[in-house]
Design a protein around this ligand. Structure first.
Ligand code: HDE
Length: 748
């Protein structure tokens, strides 16, 4: 940070700059004035800044505009650039006297601070983001002329992940839908793909959006609960507006508590229309497929993380990128013929509460997203980025999905309050990388210095500039569509939107037994938090229309009778692609907790950690105390580590007994002493959460004392590398599903 660097680059005043404090004087008295020498950290060379300083709204590269740089020069200055001698003492009438109104620096500093916060996003307030690059495969060339999808074309991107309901300071691992928004800075103008980690939405018409959000947000009287759907108004809404039942069952499934942003699918949800170079159109749906697979937390892990590490997802993303484990997703499309009906296999493509099963329309990969750089400044980039589903490049256009249509209005409108005016696209993170030459002028926070006198067209004073582009110049041309001649103006929707339950059932029947059990537990937990019995009963009537077993189980856990379905559940074929279970995935970046003890030879511990790192995973040494054990730096202690932080556990030594633990009469030696209860909890939780547990040599003492027995997913042996090899193999399935016992409910 240039501003923190003193003249000698150390963060302190230069040698001789400050006389030793006189007796009785505070050490922080202003230093004597002295010219600094060269700053120790020179500003990055111009080339390094080009990424952060894309062309401005006037098309001038911002590196040519020094005002775009956050910090310049080595000296602390006022906002006007006057160098400051002291920023720690206000100007007073006498050492013990009142502060003077004329102290401009004091007023400027406090005034700026008073206005540092901007309104948080009305939804999706909590998020984390990263920069990256998108490379096209060229496989969509016949469908769209969008240049960023061309083979080998690389486009800079910025992706922001978010929860929907919580405020900016809420926890990451709450049960909720996740946002997955990507800004592609394409040569043909910015493209924002503003999607979610679930392929359907709560409502079919955007006019209901304020209503579902009011229902999901905290109750207006007490402003609780925060970032939760486990409350009366949410369940009141979704049981009355039954189109929400499909999205709700996704929320109650494991998809509502992802293991990591890196392990989530993403969906554009709406159907979009593509146009190719010949002018032919196709309907498509966007999908993001994570290279690491789709994985989730258990409910116990999610709840633990809310307390142990509320920044769990944010930290996970930043740590992985910093460690060079760059997350990747393939962008894929489902392709449908653009017929007047806009349906596929009987599914209305304009209904955002419906999916098209991948077995009917396979997802075809069209490019690869790699996130490879963390933001430098949260506020400047992650907070101020502004997405909009209407930011489309030539080759991609919208459809008449009534939810998408309302979004096209909302995203522009909301930024005017959130980012204080209409010029938010001039904020560096929002600047297109394509040259911009609009005729928008003035307004709050206008940064561009526009030249010319004629911001209108046609004109004869500015040489006719700017010119309009034709198809051959890459213009965005709205797809022309014939509207039905006999269309009636009305507030209504097509009859095909009335089926609210068949796809919720499709989701349910596609789940594995463990996933079904998680869904039942989630409904029972969330509805169990409702005060109103009438709401619970109404939601049970909805579940009866999805599946009798689901309804019966939830009803019994709520202590209510299971209602009979008003209509028999539909006959549907499962879609195996919807289940997360039964696949194997790369283990890159997975964390193995290694419990070690002081007696272990240093070469053992170092060898274990090296082996884990060589596999592209992260070893997390855990010991009784911090610092180092036999030269091995300790990352976590028994006090700071909980199961949530590890994907697998290796008991590599016999940890010391609990301090002051009594030795049972007649027994001696560490093997008979009581295990530190924090290690017992760690082993218990990993066991219950179906994580692979490796037990090497003396680690067996700890495992036995925790009261567990070898079984599925417990790998024992004397050779640490052999045990680690087996752990790694089992990690590819994420969890040891064969150890999962639905009849043994976890405490959370
Ligand atoms: Fe959004 N949504 N939304 N939404 N949405 C916003 O825009 C809105 C919808 C989504 O990381 C807001 O800039 C309406 C569907 C994401 O900055 C706001 C409707 C999908 C993000 C808004 C929807 C989304 C937002 C709040 C119904 C998935 C975070 C701040 C018609 C396809 C983007 C902002 C980021 C954010 C309105 C429905 C995804 C208020 C009116 C469907 C990922 O404009």
């Amino acid at each position: 940070m240039v501003s923190n660097v003193g003249p000698d680059g150390s963060g302190h005043p230069g040698e001789g700059a400050e006389a030793p404090p006189a007796p009785g004087r505070p050490a922080s008295r202003p230093p004597a004035v002295q010219e600094p020498t060269e700053p120790a950290q020179p500003l990055p060379p111009k080339d390094d800044q080009t990424d952060l300083n894309p062309p401005t709204a006037t098309g001038v590269a911002s590196a040519q505009q020094p005002s775009d740089q956050g910090q310049q020069g080595a000296y602390l200055t006022t906002a006007q650039g006057a160098r400051l001698r002291d920023t720690d003492h206000s100007l007073k009438a006498g050492e013990r006297g009142p502060t003077l109104l004329q102290d401009h620096h004091l007023r400027e500093k406090i005034t700026h601070f008073d206005h540092e916060r901007i309104p948080e996003r009305v939804v999706h307030a909590r998020g984390a983001a990263a920069h990256g690059v998108f490379e096209g495969y060229g496989t969509a060339d016949k469908i769209t002329k969008a240049g960023f999808l061309a083979k080998g074309k690389q486009t800079p991107v910025f992706t922001r992940f978010s929860t929907v309901l919580g405020s900016r300071g809420s926890a990451d691992t709450v049960r909720d839908t996740r946002g997955f928004a990507t800004k592609f800075y394409t040569d043909g103008g910015t493209f924002d793909l503003v999607g979610n980690n679930m392929p359907v939405f709560f409502i079919q018409d955007g006019i209901k959006f304020p209503d579902i959000i009011h229902a999901g947000k905290p109750h207006p009287d007490r402003e609780i609960p925060q970032a939760q759907s486990a409350h009366d108004t949410f369940w009141d809404f979704v049981s009355l507006h039954t189109e929400a039942q499909h999205h709700t069952i996704w929320n109650m499934s494991d998809r509502g508590i992802p293991r990591s942003f890196r392990m989530m699918e993403g969906f554009g949800i709406h159907t979009f229309r593509c146009i190719n170079a010949e002018g032919a159109t196709t309907l498509i749906k966007f999908h993001w497929k994570p290279k690491l697979g789709v994985h989730s937390l258990t409910w116990e892990e999610a709840q633990l993380a809310c307390g142990m590490d509320p920044d769990f997802h944010r930290r996970d993303l930043a740590d992985a990128i910093e460690a060079g484990a760059f997350p990747q997703w393939e962008l894929g499309i489902q392709v449908f013929e653009d017929t007047p009906e806009q349906t596929f296999s009987g599914i209305d493509l304009l209904d955002p509460t419906k999916i098209v099963p991948e077995e009917l329309a396979p997802v075809q990969p069209v490019g690869l997203l790699t996130l490879n750089r963390n933001p430098l400044n949260y506020f400047a980039e992650t907070e101020q980025v502004a997405f909009h589903p209407g930011h489309l490049p030539p080759g991609i256009d919208v459809t008449d999905d009534p939810l998408l249509q309302a979004r096209l209005f909302s995203y522009l409108d909301t930024q005017i309050t959130r980012l204080a005016g209409p010029n938010f696209s001039q904020i560096p993170i929002n600047r297109p990388h394509a040259p911009v030459n609009d005729m928008f002028r003035d307004g709050w926070h206008q940064d561009a210095v526009h030249s010319g006198v004629a911001p209108y067209r046609p004109n004869s004073l500015d040489g006719g500039c700017p010119f309009t582009a034709g198809v051959e110049d890459g213009a965005f041309i709205d797809v022309e569509l014939k509207l039905p001649q006999a269309a009636t103006k009305l507030r209504d929707q097509p009859a095909s939107f009335d089926d609210h339950f068949s796809q919720a059932r499709l989701f349910w029947v596609s789940m594995s037994p463990a996933e079904k059990d998680h869904i039942i537990s989630a409904y029972a937990f969330e509805l169990g938090k409702c005060y109103e019995k009438a709401i619970q009963e109404r939601q049970l009537r909805c579940l009866a229309r999805i599946d009798a077993e689901l309804c019966g189980e939830v009803a019994s856990r709520l202590g209510l009778p299971a209602p009979s379905p008003e209509e028999s559940p539909a006959e549907v074929d499962p879609s195996p692609a919807l289940s997360q279970a039964g696949h194997r995935w790369p283990v890159d970046g997975r964390k193995i907790g290694v419990v070690i003890d002081v007696d272990q030879p240093p070469e053992d511990i170092a060898g274990i950690c090296r082996w884990i790192a060589d596999q592209g995973m992260v070893g997390l040494p855990i010991a009784a105390h911090g610092g180092a054990v036999n030269g091995q730096p300790i990352e976590r202690t028994f006090a700071t580590c909980r199961s949530i932080e590890v994907d697998a556990l290796l008991l590599a030594g016999s940890p010391p007994p609990a301090p002051d633990a009594p030795v049972p009469a007649g027994q001696a030696g560490s093997g008979s002493q009581q295990l530190d209860p924090r290690v017992t909890v760690l082993i218990d939780e990993c066991f219950r959460q179906s994580k692979v547990i490796g037990v090497v040599g003396a680690g067996r003492t700890a495992f036995d004392q925790a009261g567990h027995h070898p079984g599925p997913g417990v790998v024992t042996g004397e050779d640490a590398v052999a045990v680690l090899g087996e752990i790694t193999d089992q990690l590819a399935a994420h969890r040891v599903w064969s150890r999962y016992r639905p009849d043994q409910p976890s405490p959370a």
